[in-house]
Design a protein around this ligand. Structure first.
Ligand code: DX5
Ligand code: ZN
Length: 216
């Protein structure tokens, strides 16, 4: 499978959101990566339902919603209603992860689990068959523009091994500090989806930067 690129809308210009959404529509990007932060699970607040609904109105690609919120079960059907196709919750924010994943699927969405940089792959051993997407955080979640954590490569290899052994079709997504310097090595280690915020939106030509990441 050719790898997928998911530009992170967190780094877009919120005063020109429609323009930036159209840029992603017209680029080689595969997904919209949408970061929701609650100021509790992470020390930052991003945006919620009305903004996601506004993005969905113009977005012509898969909506990959990454929840950095405590107890996400409270909002699963709300995220479905505003247009999420993939809903990713944090392992660290869910007491009953298996139940949460079933609830996401029952709403007709794909279910993702994100792991913080300090969380070992092994915690997913007994639930990997129920996960469509594992999002490995390659920065501590909460902010765009941070530096990539090198330990991520080792985790990709471990996760790939777990997925292959289980026979699950789970995709591996890397989120945080992705750029043209580490993209090749991430894909070689086994990544399927690269999220990129600052590297895309702070570049001179975001469309061309997305194409560059797609061609790695
Ligand atoms: C971080 C978010 C990321 C972020 C990535 O908490 O989950 O999706 O937007 O931004 P960059 O690519 O700038 O590290
Ligand atoms: Zn994210």
């Amino acid at each position: 499978m050719q790898h997928l690129i998911a530009p992170s809308v967190l780094a877009a210009d919120f005063a020109n959101l429609q323009r930036d959404v159209e840029m992603i529509n017209n680029s080689e990007a595969d997904w919209f990566h949408i970061d929701v932060m609650d100021g509790l699970f992470v020390p930052n607040i991003s945006f919620g339902m009305p903004v996601i609904k506004a993005i969905k109105k113009h977005a012509a690609k898969t909506m990959d919603v990454h929840l950095m919120i405590m107890d996400p079960d409270r909002y699963i059907s709300d995220f479905k209603n505003v247009g999420a196709d993939i809903l990713t919750v944090h392992y660290e924010a869910c007491t009953h992860l298996h139940r949460t994943l079933q609830a996401i699927k029952a709403e007709g969405m794909q279910a993702g689990v994100a792991l913080n940089p300090h969380t070992p792959i092994a915690v997913l051993e007994d639930v990997i068959r129920d996960i469509d997407l594992v999002c490995l955080m390659s920065v501590n979640p909460g902010f765009g523009g941070q530096s990539f954590i090198e330990n991520t490569y080792k985790k990709i290899i471990q996760l790939k091994d777990l997925i292959e052994k289980s026979g699950a079709p789970t995709k591996i997504e890397i989120d945080g500090g992705v750029n043209d310097q580490n993209a090749g090595k991430l894909l070689a280690a086994g990544a399927d989806v690269l999220v990129a915020g600052s590297f895309v939106f702070k570049s001179e030509n975001p469309t061309e930067t997305i194409a560059k990441l797609k061609r790695v």
